[in-house]
Ligand binder design. Structure first.
Ligand SMILES: Nc1nc2c(ncn2[C@@H]2O[C@H](COP(=O)(O)OP(=O)(O)OP(=O)(O)O)[C@@H](O)[C@H]2O)c(=O)[nH]1
Ligand SMILES: [Mg+2]
Ligand SMILES: [Zn+2]
Length: 344
């Protein structure tokens, strides 16, 4: 797995092709928007991959990809934009003469705040999704609920149906504890899979066939391997390059890429990240993204923040810890949580 500094370095790859002066401009100043967002009907292509000042597009009805240019200034929306890139993978756009001239309104987007900046830019990872596949490993690396819950909240906040895929099931020993089973109780679609077994990803394939689905999760959990299992080696030509960050021969994905699959599927491989920082969720609205906790909260006293109050009905429930961890980092209108207890 990548260290945090490697993660940041990897995250900044996108900026690397841009001249340092322009880079500073993008990072500091919100852009004045000259563009309007297009309606869905005006789009004629889908973004498959982003490069500095260029994007690989799949034009409607045309096989393969074409590289088209775009300009940050002409694609800034809503007066100002704090987006790191004006288009992201999955965006519907209008291309004319090899230039992206407009972006269509997004149905939804998986957005995080880009690291390494005091006044962080928004980083849309993928847009217009029918499903978010949150991939975690049964082991190697160990199952960690924190990042899974943050992705599930992000999906819920954007009304994107989530699928929790536990990969590396082949490494599970009989009778091992399966902490992910509780997610089924929370109403999340749950599949166990193995990228190393012939039929190891069949159940997952059934859930994502025909859909635009992004695969996200920590580095090394097997997102790319699962896609290779689902699509075959040929589809993943560019994946499997040596990691630039470590040079250790790790096959780390460095940018999101959309891959065409069966029955009109568009499956998006995304780079593994250490820190998925939520955007667009506030503390008061957090509980609704944990349906089973919200249900239990009916037994709480009025005004309970569900943050370790001694009579809180959520104490001891499986995802309460994740809830509190997210609550602690969300800035907003409610007073800061009392962190004097020793559980944290
Ligand atoms: N045993 C086993 N190993 C797996 C499985 N899936 C992936 N691996 C191994 O786990 C390692 C990481 O797999 P990747 O597919 O590169 O993981 P990733 O999630 O794409 O990682 P990033 O691109 O860094 O985000 C590789 O060495 C794979 O061979 C699996 O189902 N079982
Ligand atoms: Mg990968
Ligand atoms: Zn409570």
């Amino acid at each position: 797995m990548l260290s945090e500094s490697e993660d940041l370095q990897q995250e900044d790859n996108w900026f690397e092709g841009i001249k340092p002066r322009a880079r500073r401009k993008y990072a500091k100043r919100p852009m004045k928007g000259r563009a309007r967002e297009l309606s869905a009907e005006e789009g004629n292509a889908t973004v498959a991959e982003i490069f500095p000042n260029q994007a690989a597009l799949r034009l409607d009805g045309v096989p393969g990809r074409v590289l088209c240019g775009y300009r940050m200034s002409t694609l800034a929306f809503n007066g100002t934009s704090r987006e790191r890139s004006p288009v992201c993978v999955g965006d519907r756009v209008r291309a004319e003469a090899r230039v992206i001239v407009g972006r269509c309104i997004r149905r939804n987007a998986l957005v995080r705040s880009a690291p390494n900046a005091r006044n962080p830019l928004l980083h849309a990872v993928a847009a217009n999704l029918d499903a978010l596949v949150v991939v975690a490993a049964a082991c190697e690396p160990d199952f960690t609920p924190g990042i899974v819950d943050r992705f599930l909240v992000a999906a819920s906040a954007q009304n994107i149906p989530a699928i929790l895929c536990i990969n590396k099931a082949d490494l599970l020993v009989a009778g091992a504890d399966k902490p992910w089973l509780r997610y089924a109780a929370a109403g999340v679609a749950l599949v166990e899979a193995s990228a190393m077994q012939e039929d190891g990803a069949e159940a997952l394939a059934r859930l994502v066939r025909g859909k635009a689905a992004a695969f996200c999760g920590h580095s090394g959990v097997g997102k790319t391997s699962l896609l290779r299992r689902l699509l075959g080696d040929a589809a993943l030509g560019r994946i499997g390059e040596l990691s630039a960050a470590t040079g250790m021969g790790k096959h780390t994905t460095t940018g999101a890429v959309m891959l065409p699959g069966p029955e009109g599927s568009s499956w998006i491989d995304t780079p593994g990240i250490m820190n998925f920082t939520l955007v667009g969720v506030d503390r008061a609205g957090l509980l609704q993204h944990f349906p089973e906790l919200q249900e239990a909260s009916a037994r709480c006293a009025e005004g309970c923040l569900h943050d370790a109050e001694p009579d809180c009905a959520l104490l001891g429930l499986p995802r309460h810890r994740s809830y509190r961890e997210i609550l602690a980092v969300l800035k907003d209108s409610l007073p800061p949580p009392d962190q004097s207890d020793d559980e944290r």
